[in-house]
Design a protein around this ligand. Structure first.
Ligand SMILES: [Zn+2]
Ligand SMILES: [Zn+2]
Length: 480
């Protein structure tokens, strides 16, 4: 073949004047014949039992592949072990779409693999010894198994899913051995708007419920992204526009595309808060994503918070919902602030325990375990003590501070006996040194506050009712 085409090589030299001769016409016809015969032989010799290699490559302009089979006797199964050992069966290429040309390299290489497997499916679907070779090492790790769960990038997961119907091993080959695919991807052929790869049973194909008008530029916006955007009050176009206008997100996108740094202080100051999650951030259709969550620009954050709290959900409910759809640094704190600043929620809430109430110890006899809390009524402060055994309330007017508390406790203990434990909500009077000293010296086992129990949340209101019911009278110490 090389010998047949030799006359053409001289013609390509700038120093040689271009002159077509009869000899060249004959060489041209012979070369054409040779190429046709080689192609015919290549297709005919395909044997699904032979070691087969599909080498792929992606460039911004296109994707390309070549399918070869091993005909040499080399002991190694590595592709291209010797110069003529692997013979071509099929080659192919296509132009990339606008979105595909902006893919990150790892996504582009994954696209090339998925697309090549589909183009060569009639050869490789039942292939027993198939190797997929590409010159991009990060993809080996991602496509090295058949597991989908660990891939946070939805586009990569979607592409990997398209390859799961094929059995193959993946290997790295240096670019110098992958020149054919490289050339094909840089000089693709065919239409500029090729058909996109959609498999009929794609689990991650775009949902029919998704508003496709704003998603038409992207092939693989998966259901998870549609679900995430539908959980917010905004649409994809608004999110794209706001992301575009947000300087810190634009900086962040540059960092994601360039590859994140290993140290926080290497990031621009405005986006250092993203450092803990930066390796999991991806760009899907001009929007930054953290796994299946959308990174919301600051201009849209309040709208998202308002929607999360639209039905006056609690902090944990809002956080759980947010974690399925949206993200920005400080989201959890913003959710807590939204809940805490809601006057309707605060008005309805009796108490806001930070932890579930502890189940109190069973009491065997009256005044063994007491609960204590303060309440205010008509400008005065009262201490209410409730006996756990009987529910008996003791309401006493107390001057403010630990001194007042100690005085009331001393009188109550002298009258009713010393309790084994005193359960409180832990406000400063109960944890003060004077109170602890009293409890220790009287042999009461606890000065350690516990969180509010149902008995305490209702006791002050009972006390309040009692006191307002007793005509003008001030509650008498020790008298319910
Ligand atoms: Zn060989
Ligand atoms: Zn609320």
């Amino acid at each position: 073949m090389t010998a047949t085409m030799l006359p053409f090589r001289d013609l390509l030299k700038p120093s040689t004047p271009f002159q077509w001769s009869d000899q060249l016409t004959e060489a041209f016809a012979t070369s054409k014949q040779h190429i046709c015969e080689s192609i015919q032989a290549g297709v005919e010799i395909f044997d699904k039992g032979r070691p087969t290699c599909l080498a792929t490559d992606w460039s911004m302009d296109g994707i390309g592949f070549w399918l070869t089979q091993k005909h040499c006797q080399c002991p190694s199964h590595d592709p291209f072990c010797c110069r003529d050992g692997w013979r071509i069966t099929l080659v192919g290429s296509r132009f990339t779409h606008t979105t595909e040309s902006r893919y990150a390299p790892v996504e582009g290489e994954a696209l090339a693999v998925a697309d090549a497997l589909d183009s060569a499916r009639h050869f490789v679907l039942k292939c027993r010894d198939l190797t997929v070779a590409m010159n991009h090492k990060p993809l080996l790790k991602l496509f090295g198994d058949r597991c989908l769960e660990d891939i946070p990038n939805p586009r990569l997961r979607n592409l990997k899913e398209k390859t799961l119907r094929y059995r193959f091993r993946m290997v790295y080959i240096p670019g110098t051995k992958n020149l054919t695919s490289d050339t094909l991807s840089r000089h693709p052929s065919g239409t500029r708007t090729p058909t996109r790869l959609h498999l009929p049973d794609d689990l991650t194909a775009p949902s029919p419920n998704c508003s496709t008008d704003t998603l038409s530029d992207d092939d693989g916006l998966p259901t998870a992204m549609c679900a995430a955007i539908s959980a917010t009050p905004i649409n994809w176009e608004q999110l794209q526009t706001a992301t575009m206008a947000d300087q810190s997100l634009q900086d962040l996108m540059l960092v994601i595309e360039a590859g994140p740094p290993t140290k926080r202080n290497l990031l621009p100051v405005g986006i250092q808060a993203y450092f803990p999650v930066i390796t999991n951030l991806t760009i899907v259709n001009d929007v930054v994503c953290l796994g299946n969550r959308l990174v919301i620009p600051s201009s849209l954050q309040q709208a998202c918070l308002d929607t999360l709290h639209a039905a006056h959900q609690g902090t944990s409910g809002m956080t759980a919902r947010a974690k399925a759809s949206i993200y920005w640094p400080g989201l959890t704190a913003d959710i807590a602030a939204t809940r805490n600043s809601c006057s309707i929620c605060n008005g309805n809430a009796l108490s806001q325990p930070h932890m579930p109430p502890t189940t109190p110890e069973e009491a065997d006899h009256p005044f063994e375990h007491l609960h204590a809390d303060f309440f205010h009524y008509e400008g005065s402060t009262y201490l209410v003590l409730v006996d756990r055994f009987s529910g008996w309330p003791i309401i006493s007017q107390a001057s403010s501070g630990a001194t007042g508390l100690v005085q009331v406790l001393r009188e109550t203990f002298a009258t009713f006996g010393i309790p084994t434990s005193l359960t409180t909500d832990g406000r400063p009077e109960f944890t003060a040194h004077a109170t602890r000293d009293l409890l220790t010296s009287w042999g009461s086992t606890t000065g350690i506050p516990r969180h509010t129990t149902p008995m305490l949340t209702t006791a002050p209101r009972q006390g309040s009712n009692l006191s307002s019911g007793s005509s003008q009278g001030t509650p008498t110490p020790g008298v319910p």
